[in-house]
Design a protein around this ligand. Structure first.
Ligand code: HAM
Length: 421
């Protein structure tokens, strides 16, 4: 029996229509990033495991159980621990430090687009290889920057056409606030330990904040019963967050403050946020981010404050559905018989040279089948080349939308198509 191959579980083959939408989202994002002064960086898919262990946190789900590892022996004979990057923030921080940008005291705004890898249990909207459109701004602690970054993410999601979106925002406070919060949580949850899931009982000892974003319904109920407030946040961090909200109000960005939003990556401090869309089902987050003022120092750099976000492109595409299909061709050139291929190719070439998107049939199909192909490619016009029309140096042009057809002189073809397109 011959073996039949399938794509790897948790990966997705984009069809031509999906690929068009994917490219269109990326190019629209590039335009918006340019408006906000962000520069593109393209970083490798392979990265040292330690970057994420130190950056994202040893007890985060990503590091504990989701990284795709590639163990290999370096020329020195030592074992190298390389991974497929699970996210972009720690990687951008590594790039920043490696290039000594932290020593120059400047302010940098970067964006990136590319594949990320996480060994999660695949389901709708949750893949093992997925794409991020991300942005990171490094070198400022201003609450106005927090608001700009949130507004930029909001503007991208709105411009893409995502409906029923919600923005949740929270204040985690500084490192000391987070440590206070962890102690407070541990104390309050200890008495309720037996009601938590097995994972959360372990998390309670290692990293109590992780209990807060557990999806288990019993854990959620316990967390709700704690009625968490902001008593662990210091006055400076309270004031920073109040200014972020004022700046968001000024930019007319709508949000809801949600005290249980903690995010699953350990580097976050102060402002954290998440965009959800009710059209997405259980995996409803289509983008998220936050401040990470301690990350650069924890990777060996200077204590540079920073903030950023990443949007999940496949989730955005799921939320958009197929509404955004764009026509592939302006003109599909058909011939009534296979002998006329030379004329069909000549006219197709002529159209393309004039900037008209055109294609023709190379399979010797019947005229009916060629016209079906023109429909499948959503061509705006089809051209029929026949011997009688050719004698008059003409072709038949059919408007595929309106169904009308007319005989057009070949020398007037381009003008007519451009006029009506
Ligand atoms: P994240 O929340 O892990 O954050 O990922 C951002 C977005 O990527 C999510 O909101 C979701 O839309 C999408 N995503 C995550 N995992 C998957 C998956 N398995 N399948 C499909 N889509 C997924 C980060 O990665 C941070 N680096 C964001 C950030 C940038 N924070 C500061 N700067």
């Amino acid at each position: 029996m011959t073996q039949s191959f399938q794509n790897v579980r948790g990966t997705h083959d984009f069809t031509p229509g999906e690929s068009r939408l994917f490219s269109s989202l990326n190019s629209r994002a590039r335009q918006t990033f340019a408006l906000y002064g962000y520069e593109e960086i393209i970083l490798p898919i392979l990265e040292e495991e330690a970057v994420f262990k130190k950056g994202v946190g040893e007890t985060s789900d990503i590091v504990e159980r989701q990284m795709f590892k590639i163990a290999r022996r370096a020329e020195s004979g030592d074992e190298e621990q390389i991974v497929l990057r699970p996210e972009g923030t720690a990687q951008v921080a590594r790039y920043f430090i490696q290039n000594s940008l932290h020593k120059q005291g400047d302010f940098y705004k970067f964006f990136y687009m590319g594949a990320m890898f996480r060994g999660e249990r695949p389901q709708k909207g949750r893949l093992r290889q997925f794409n991020h459109i991300g942005a990171e701004a490094l070198g400022s602690r201003s609450p106005w920057l927090d608001a700009e970054v949130v507004a930029l993410a909001d503007s991208l999601i709105t411009d893409f056409g995502i409906k029923e979106k919600e923005l949740k925002i929270n204040n985690l406070g500084c490192k000391a606030d987070k440590e206070r919060f962890a102690v407070l949580l541990q104390e309050r949850l200890e008495a309720l330990r037996s009601g938590l899931c097995v994972d959360c009982q372990r998390r309670l000892d290692k990293n109590p904040l992780r209990v807060i974003d557990c999806k288990n319904s019993q854990c959620k109920k316990i967390v709700e019963s704690l009625k968490l407030g902001d008593e662990h946040i210091c006055p400076d961090c309270k004031s920073h967050f109040a200014q972020v909200l004022t700046a968001l109000d000024q930019s007319e960005v709508k949000y809801a403050v949600v005290p249980t939003l903690v995010r699953g990556l350990d580097y976050y401090t102060n402002t954290v946020f998440e965009f959800t869309s009710s059209s997405l089902g259980s995996q409803d987050a289509c983008g998220a981010g936050g401040r990470y003022d301690g990350l650069l120092a924890s990777l060996g750099g200077s204590p540079i404050p920073a903030i950023g976000f990443a949007l999940g492109v496949e989730r955005l595409m799921l939320a958009l559905g197929e509404a955004q299909e764009e026509p592939l061709l302006d003109v599909y050139v058909t011939a009534v018989s296979a002998e006329l291929i030379a004329q069909a190719v000549k006219i197709t070439d002529h159209l393309r040279r004039e900037g008209v998107r055109a294609d023709t049939d190379y399979c010797g199909k019947s005229l009916k089948a060629q016209l079906r192909q023109a429909e499948r490619k959503a061509a705006r016009f089809s051209i029929v080349i026949g011997p009688d029309e050719l004698k008059e140096n003409s072709v038949m042009v059919k408007d595929m939308k309106e169904g009308k057809q007319e005989k057009v002189k070949i020398e007037e073809l381009i003008l007519k198509i451009k006029e009506r397109n």
